[in-house]
Ligand binder design. Structure first.
Ligand SMILES: Cc1cc2nc3c(=O)[nH]c(=O)nc-3n(C[C@H](O)[C@H](O)[C@H](O)COP(=O)(O)O)c2cc1C
Length: 500
């Protein structure tokens, strides 16, 4: 509706700058005169205004980088200041509960409540927009008695009849986050929480998992394209180092990472601000330079060489070996399955990361514009798996904003065997979504190496939250399973979903 006499509120920067700049000059002259004739304390004000006027001269007549400063002088600084604190203003004052991204306030609050064990019933009705088309779970007319529910169980490596299989009894796994992207206290709180909850933790691609190992959790050791932790000085793969890591009793599976939803087709980036001496040592990299991992594994340039490399990792580690990627070309995926059949080599799981996935640092366009989002990816991959008759050859783990129990159940219905969540557990640690993971200034001490900023992160306290979040998710999985009329998680299928 437009009101004819509605007036748009606007600020006339030009006029304000005109008066402010002259006022500053006059104030300086006035202060000098007052200091000379009246009281020399006025010289303090004269000195202060002199500094402001010098800045003004620099902004208005010397610097050429910022048009706004050149046009309006010191006044424009306020705009930069307001702009820099804009996200905080919007987050705390203006944004509605369903507005913020990547996770809105309702989604974050759900994690916080689970993490603090403060979840109770909600009243009056859902706050979500029910006019929007959205996937839902189908409940049954005949909910199952909870005593009849069977325990969740997924065994990795059983397809290859491995001696050393790995079984999980909860659907959730903490997604890969390296020491480097995260600070040591956050890693230790995750690891201790994982141990308490009885779930595994993926190490991310950060090299030897010194801090992940400290609190006793089961680990999935990830090998990224830079081979941190298992590389020679020239960046090539060192099988002896992998063999050594694989023999550690906490390392339960190995994951070869090909790509990540937030930056498919692009290597990882660790900004130099986040490279401490210790990180440089654990990864085998120099200090003082951004570290950019190669976009792909040197050893894998075709379906044939990729499958051969998977076999090599399986032979060295004796452990279940998975591959992580974001789905892109479906033709290439089909070719990979054909090659796996040909060589009779299959990974023990594939981990599909939706393009909505998170990262410590990545170029914006890679986050926004590349790769299949999670649910379409799952739909597609199941189609290709069926087409090539490779069902029952490997498990599927999946990730991409699956931070609520409901969304996780949907992914299980779509064919996933287990769920990775990375940012869900960051929120459980106390992440406030400040979106500063890439510049070492995380205000809650999670994605930073600053001792000062990590001071507030208490490992024991946060590990309890990690545990609570995991156990509450697990509790809700069973609740929903019963409501859906099923006794086993393995009975969940696409038929248990309501498609928009
Ligand atoms: C801070 C941060 C660091 C990450 N580091 C890695 C990594 O080292 N290796 C990897 O495969 N994925 C990494 N990821 C991606 C996550 O493992 C996960 O695939 C993605 O965030 C999707 O899951 P989510 O939506 O539950 O966060 C990272 C994500 C974040 C937020």
């Amino acid at each position: 509706m437009v009101f004819s006499n509605e007036k748009k509120i606007s600020i006339n920067l030009e006029k304000i700058a005109f008066f402010l700049n002259r006022f500053l000059l006059l104030l300086m002259v006035g202060a000098v005169i007052a200091g000379f004739f009246w009281n020399n304390k006025w010289y303090w004000l004269a000195g202060f205004t002199l500094i402001l006027n010098l800045f003004n001269v620099y902004y208005l007549y010397i610097q050429k980088q910022h048009a706004l400063l050149a046009n309006f002088g010191i006044l424009a600084l306020f705009r930069y200041l307001v702009e820099s604190i804009g996200p905080e203003f919007r987050q705390y004052l203006y944004s509605s509960d369903t507005e913020e991204k990547p996770f809105n306030r309702i989604e974050r609050a759900d994690v916080y409540k689970k993490a603090k064990n403060k979840e109770k019933s909600s009243a009056f009705g859902s706050l979500l927009d029910f006019d929007e088309a959205a996937l839902k779970l189908k409940h049954s007319f005949y909910p199952v008695d909870k005593k009849k529910l069977q325990t969740f169980r997924v065994c990795f490596g059983e397809e290859r009849h491995l001696k050393q299989t790995y079984t999980i009894n909860k659907a959730i796994i903490i997604g890969g986050m390296s020491y480097g992207a995260l600070g040591k206290k956050a890693i230790r709180a995750l690891s201790r929480g994982a141990k308490k909850a009885g779930i595994p933790l993926n190490t991310g691609e950060g090299g030897y998992p010194k801090y992940h190992l400290m609190d006793g959790a089961d680990l999935i050791f990830q090998i990224g394209t830079a081979k941190f932790g298992v590389r020679n000085e020239d960046g090539s793969f060192n099988p002896d180092l992998l063999e050594k890591i694989s023999r550690h009793e906490q390392i339960k599976m190995i994951e070869l990472k090909f790509s990540q939803g937030a930056k498919p087709g692009k290597g990882g980036l660790l900004p130099k601000e986040k490279i401490t001496e210790e990180i440089a040592e654990l990864r085998g990299i120099p200090l003082g330079k951004d570290v950019i991992s190669p976009a792909g594994h040197k050893e894998c340039v075709s379906a044939e060489s990729t499958v051969r490399f998977i076999k090599k990792i399986q032979e060295i580690s004796y452990l279940p070996v998975g591959i992580k990627f974001c789905l892109g070309s479906t033709r290439e995926m089909g070719e990979m399955f054909i090659e796996m059949k040909k060589q009779n080599i299959y990974p023990d799981y594939i981990a599909i990361d939706g393009s909505e996935g998170g990262t410590g640092a990545a170029p914006k366009t890679f986050m926004d514009d590349l790769g299949y989002p999670l649910f379409p990816a799952l739909e597609k991959i199941i189609e290709i798996i069926k087409e090539h008759a490779v069902e029952n050859k490997f498990k599927i783990i999946t990730s991409g904003k699956l931070i609520s129990a409901g969304k996780q159940m949907m992914a299980l219905c779509m064919g996933a065997s287990a769920i990775y969540t990375a940012r869900g557990f960051m929120l459980a640690l106390g992440c406030i979504q400040a979106l500063r993971c890439n510049n070492n200034t995380c205000p809650v001490g999670i994605t930073t190496h600053s001792e000062k900023l990590q001071r507030g992160l208490d490992i024991e306290e946060k590990s309890e939250r990690v545990k609570n979040y995991a156990l509450n998710l697990d509790y809700h999985h069973y609740e929903m399973l019963a409501a859906m009329g099923k006794t086993k998680f393995s009975d969940l299928t696409r038929n248990n979903l309501i498609f928009p």
